[in-house]
Design a protein around this ligand. Sequence first.
Ligand SMILES: Cc1cc2nc3c(=O)[nH]c(=O)nc-3n(C[C@H](O)[C@H](O)[C@H](O)COP(=O)(O)OP(=O)(O)OC[C@H]3O[C@@H](n4cnc5c(N)ncnc54)[C@H](O)[C@@H]3O)c2cc1C
Length: 290
Amino acid sequence: MTKVSELLAAKRCLSVELWPPRSEEAARRLRASLARLERLRPDFASITYGAGGSTRDRTHELVVAIQHEWGMTAMAHVACAGHRREELVEILERYRAAGVENVLALRGDPPLWSGERPPAGALRHASELVELAREVGDFCVAVAVHPEVHPESSDPEADRRLQAEKLRRADLGITQMFFRVEEYLRLVEDLSSRGVTRPVVPGVMPVVNARSLLKMAALSGTSVPASLAQRVEAVEDRPEEVRRVGVEVATELCAKLLAEGVPGLHFFTMNQLGVTEEVCDNLGLLPRGR
Ligand SMILES: Cc1cc2nc3c(=O)[nH]c(=O)nc-3n(C[C@H](O)[C@H](O)[C@H](O)COP(=O)(O)OP(=O)(O)OC[C@H]3O[C@@H](n4cnc5c(N)ncnc54)[C@H](O)[C@@H]3O)c2cc1C
């Protein structure tokens, strides 16, 4: 078993984000897609979590399957929103018992408490979950970082300070998606000027669908360059063309990031591993040896 922080210290890593399937049909498609991992050979796979616990068991099952059936290093996303502290302890203890060594400590996206008031003692920010994970086990703890500032924050300086404090307590950061390499470079420079030099792995989302691009960008506070929006909108009724543009744009972005010496590339695959494989192929990252 392996800690992602140790992998990053040894080499540049390639990683993928997967979603736990919502139906039998989605599970079947995911299993077929996972066969591609033989070629892609990511250094680790992270598995998303529905804030409030909506995917609690499915996330756990996929994390354990990735680690034990597929023999790959897994990172479990855990979101504190909507959970009591005791529930989070239980979730983390279950991972510890299953031999999972990596967690991505998140707050989660709204609705955070579905209209209820958070109970006394509930964790409000991801940084508190980092502390809790440290108390529960010897985990490698990753956190989300936001190159374009978190969308709820009205004070960019305060947001950057809070992100730096959170990352200082963690082992690594994985960024929100972005489309301009400058956004990533500015974030890393800013963190380093605050004395935080933990590895920050850029999160890359190859566009596969015009509507979901705009929806996810709005939710995450990511600005979509007008040229990209126009290219995607011009072909939005032709999925194969959208995918071609998505692969091209992601390849260009990754090539620039690699030239800047990033510690790794983390792909938001939306369970479409073929797209990530194409991007990696274009970059000469396939086939990969262990
Ligand atoms: C790589 C990656 C993976 C993700 N995976 C998931 C997933 O699986 N499931 C999911 O639900 N969401 C996921 N998200 C989305 C994430 O939950 C949202 O971006 C969420 O809105 C913020 O999460 P955070 O962990 O960055 O929160 P936080 O670090 O808690 O920040 C949230 C807001 O609170 C502010 N803040 C932080 N600390 C303090 C403080 N001490 N005092 C006052 N304000 C504070 C910040 O400035 C920010 O505006 C992911 C995001 C990324 C980048």
